[in-house]
Design a protein. Structure first.
Length: 373
């Protein structure tokens, strides 16, 4: 088989980080685009990207892209794609997708057309007029953006942000992929001490620990493509073994979480244990008003509550003022705070040394970074 083309959709603002990570993992062809990263490889590449990517939302096989101005064009172009390379005679192939700023705006109609085109192609290739779809699921996804259609096969199943350690969470948790990105831009290292004064269910602390110890985020979960007959078992087996070998067991990383909610403290401890980093993370009840730290160095990363999530806007802004007092300039200290409030810097009391635009769900945010003394 020729090289397979892949797409890794990611949160807006994480494209460059996602591409860098894939290249770091030996996938040299990774190129960042708006909202996704494109790369090429084989089945081992597919397995490695699923197991190791901290920032991608999922890994898809990009079967083809074409202009689609009519349903006839959508059908004809879809039928040309090599679905039989991945979908067996008895496999299921449901269809779902999105259309944005395109003439073909009816999602149900697009689903039907694509389904019929795939069925016709597979029926002709397998010499049958009936496809029972009783086998492994091959989820076909489509995106029609400004009349250009991408046809993809999902290889991940549940989104890659679902690492498996956070079965429960407190209100308004930060997404794992975003938390991992915050750890990356905060330069978390194997020797770092990370503190989150609003730890919630511990996501930022856990993602920082996984990064510092180089534990692949998907090392303990399964992916839908593992059930596909076209993929040899050895692909996922060898890539998991590689990921295990790369874990930095001698890391000196530690993390501390604080929260005013007893339930959040217990969730942080429980989730850290599930993630395999329980010995690296401690958590205790403490209000930001009582925040003190006498460590020689610390990396402080947090997602404080704000008006659109938990607190009313006035209460959230009062928190920013308190944080500005507590997070003062110190040798060896850095602070990364995500917020959608455009007035954050004024409330905090000083301009950020660097800002990074990211999205927390659908909420446009900035990560305000302070690291200069």
């Amino acid at each position: 088989m020729e090289k397979i083309k892949f797409a890794a959709p990611c949160l807006m603002g994480l494209e460059g980080i996602c591409a860098d990570e894939l290249r770091f993992n030996g996938i040299d062809s990774a190129v960042a685009e708006n909202g996704r990263v494109i790369f090429e490889g084989d089945f081992n590449t597919l397995a490695r990207a699923n197991i190791c990517s901290r920032y991608a939302e999922r890994i898809q096989i990009l079967l083809g892209e074409f202009k689609a101005l009519s349903f006839e064009q959508l059908f004809d172009e879809t039928e040309k794609l090599p679905f039989e390379d991945f979908i067996g005679k008895c496999d299921a192939f449901p269809v779902k997708g999105h259309s944005v700023s395109s003439k073909l705006s009816s999602i149900p109609d697009c689903q039907k057309i694509i389904k019929k085109a795939v069925a016709k192609r597979l029926g002709r290739k397998y010499g049958t007029s009936w496809l029972e779809e009783s086998g492994a699921i091959h989820q076909i996804q489509f995106l029609i953006l400004k009349d250009r259609c991408s046809i993809l096969l999902d290889t991940s199943g549940a989104g890659l942000h679902k690492r498996g350690y956070r079965a429960n969470g407190v209100s308004a948790p930060i997404k794992e992929t975003l938390a991992a990105a915050m750890a990356d831009i905060s330069r978390v290292r194997p020797y770092s001490t990370v503190i989150d004064p609003f730890c919630g269910s511990g996501t930022i602390l856990i993602e920082a620990a996984l990064k510092a110890l180089n534990i692949a985020p998907g090392i303990n979960r399964r992916f839908v493509a593992e059930k596909w007959d076209c993929i040899p078992d050895e692909a996922f087996r060898s890539e998991r073994e590689r990921a295990v070998d790369l874990v930095k067991r001698d890391s000196e990383f530690t993390a501390i979480g604080y929260d005013i909610d007893d339930e959040a403290i217990e969730l942080t401890k429980e989730n850290a244990r599930k993630a395999g980093v329980g010995k690296r993370i401690s958590a205790e009840k403490r209000d930001i008003r009582d925040f003190v730290c006498d460590l020689p160095k610390a990396t402080i990363i947090c997602n404080p509550p704000y008006g659109e999530r938990l607190l009313d806007i006035d209460s959230a802004r009062e928190l920013y003022r308190i944080m500005g007092e507590k997070f003062y300039k110190r040798e060896g200290y850095s602070y990364s705070i995500i917020s959608p409030d455009e007035g954050f810097e004024k409330l905090f009391g000083r301009k950020a040394d660097k800002r990074r635009k990211m999205y927390n769900g659908m909420i446009k945010c900035q990560v305000y970074m302070y690291f200069r003394r």
